[in-house]
Design a protein around this ligand. Structure first.
Ligand code: CMC
Length: 429
């Protein structure tokens, strides 16, 4: 007999099914609890709520494990190209050489964006945040491809939308960067691989067709994109699923995910980390002062890049990125005093009882900004790079939600407002 859980409410017992994941994780299925008992469960921030079953990513926050489709993140980051990992996340299996080639070719044939989209930049005020621009641009793709408005169209057509998104995202990210500098756009070069093409569109110049990004930069960027590719039911992936559950189209669902990622408690933390490290440096480099601020309950300051909802031991992505930051800075000959501040802050925090007791460790965003900065990206642009990496994960979460025929996301609430009262017309108030 399959396992069940019993819940006792007002002297009555209710039996609920237990779901077991492929790694032995357990969940009580409470979907029928209300119809059985009249009770709902409440869990602000979904700290203890499984919103779905999923076959994409497994993570164990206590052991610091992260796997996509069964493969360890360390193996993927050390051995794969970003598109190889994207294929895995999107399709469930690592591609053969032929499958990967076909996937790459397919993407490279859709990298151009409609010229009309360039006009949008004229409407954005100077200095607009790149994440606001990215969300708007991705949302506007749904206007250029109206067939995509129907999420129930044939799978072949959905696959075309997925390829379009994967292909146009780097072009759009590079357009945002170039426009922020006031430089002419560098068009996609489809003979280049995904990462090199993106760097070429960002740092190449129209006047210099021979520009080639440093292989160290290409490798670092490839690894960073892989490390961000998916992270199961995080805030932005959940947003993509929630928006998609109303049968909103893929472009607008992804645009919503980008907006969720922008927040400083999620992907926006990478920008905040760099700004925090700069502030510490400009304030004389006293890391202890900032540790004390973070511990002070009357001070809203948090140590950005520390803590995680799920990881309570270490973030495996942060471990890989920390090593990569050392390598990249050494190979590029960059001597960034910010790295020393970051290391000092990490050591001080890891030895501080407050951070130890609350299990607050550096997360993926703590060191990634240092690498992005060494690669030449401005601080405000860091979260765009997170979004570029996270795209296959968001798409895959959307596809899984759709294929599993998940119902529209519509949580309940416990009302705590005013009791019923008599209406008083305006002239009598
Ligand atoms: N600095 C100081 N105290 C912290 C921090 C921090 N960075 N993070 C958590 N705490 C404290 C918090 O005050 C709380 O203390 P208490 O129990 O006394 O009220 C306790 O630790 C638990 O924190 P929480 O906010 O209840 O935990 P959460 O799971 O709701 O939030 C988090 C997780 C990532 C939003 C949070 O740790 C945080 O704000 N970190 C800084 C922002 C950051 O780096 N975000 C990037 C996350 S990783 C990238 C991604 O996938 O988004």
């Amino acid at each position: 007999m399959s396992e069940t859980a019993k819940i006792s409410i007002e002297g009555k017992e209710f039996e609920l099914p237990v779901i077991t994941g492929s790694e032995g994780e357990k969940a009580i299925d409470i979907s029928k609890l209300r119809s059985l008992s009249g009770y709902i469960t409440i869990d602000p921030g979904f700290k203890n709520t499984g919103a779905t079953t999923s076959g994409i990513t497994f993570l164990d926050g206590e052991l610091g494990i992260l796997r996509h489709r069964g493969y360890d993140i360390e193996d993927l980051a050390a051995n794969c190209s970003f598109l190889e990992v994207s294929y895995l996340i999107l399709n469930g299996e690592l591609p053969t050489a032929e499958e990967l080639k076909a996937f790459e070719t397919n993407i490279s044939e859709h990298t151009l964006v409609n010229e009309g989209m360039e006009a949008m930049f004229k409407a954005f005020p100077t200095g607009s945040h790149p994440m606001g621009q990215l969300s708007s641009m991705i949302s506007s793709l749904s206007l250029y491809y109206p067939k995509a408005l129907n999420p129930n169209r044939p799978e072949e057509s959905i696959q075309r939308t997925i390829i379009r998104l994967m292909a146009k995202m780097p072009t759009i990210c590079a357009m945002i960067y170039k426009k922020s500098k006031g430089h002419p756009l560098v068009y996609p070069n489809n003979s280049l691989d995904y990462v090199t093409n993106y760097l070429n569109m960002s740092f190449g110049q129209v006047s210099d067709p021979n520009y080639k990004p440093d292989p160290v930069v290409v490798e670092a960027m490839n690894k960073l994109l892989i490390l961000h590719a998916d992270h199961e039911q995080n805030c932005s992936a959940s947003t993509v699923r929630v928006v998609g559950s109303s049968q909103s189209n893929l472009y607008s669902s992804i645009a919503a995910g980008i907006s969720a990622l922008w927040g400083p408690l999620h992907g926006g933390a990478n920008q905040e980390v760099l700004e925090m490290l700069e502030a510490i440096k400009n304030d004389g480099g006293d890391v202890q002062k900032y540790i004390n601020k973070a511990k002070d309950k009357n001070d809203p300051f948090r140590l950005m890049g520390f803590g995680h909802r799920v990881y309570k031991n270490f973030d495996p992505r942060a471990k890989i990125i920390k090593k990569s930051a050392d390598d990249v800075l050494a190979k590029l000959g960059v001597n960034d005093p910010i790295l020393e501040i970051a290391k000092g802050l990490e050591v001080a925090a890891l030895n501080d009882p407050y951070f130890v007791e609350k299990k607050l460790f550096p997360n993926v965003d703590f060191y990634s900004g240092i690498i992005y900065r060494a690669l030449g990206f401005p601080t405000e642009f860091f979260t765009v790079l997170f979004a570029l990496g996270r795209l296959p994960g968001w798409i895959s979460q959307w596809q899984e939600m759709r294929r599993d025929k998940q119902p529209i996301a519509r949580p309940r609430q416990i009302y705590t407002g005013a009791a019923p009262r008599e209406f008083v017309p305006l002239n009598k108030r």
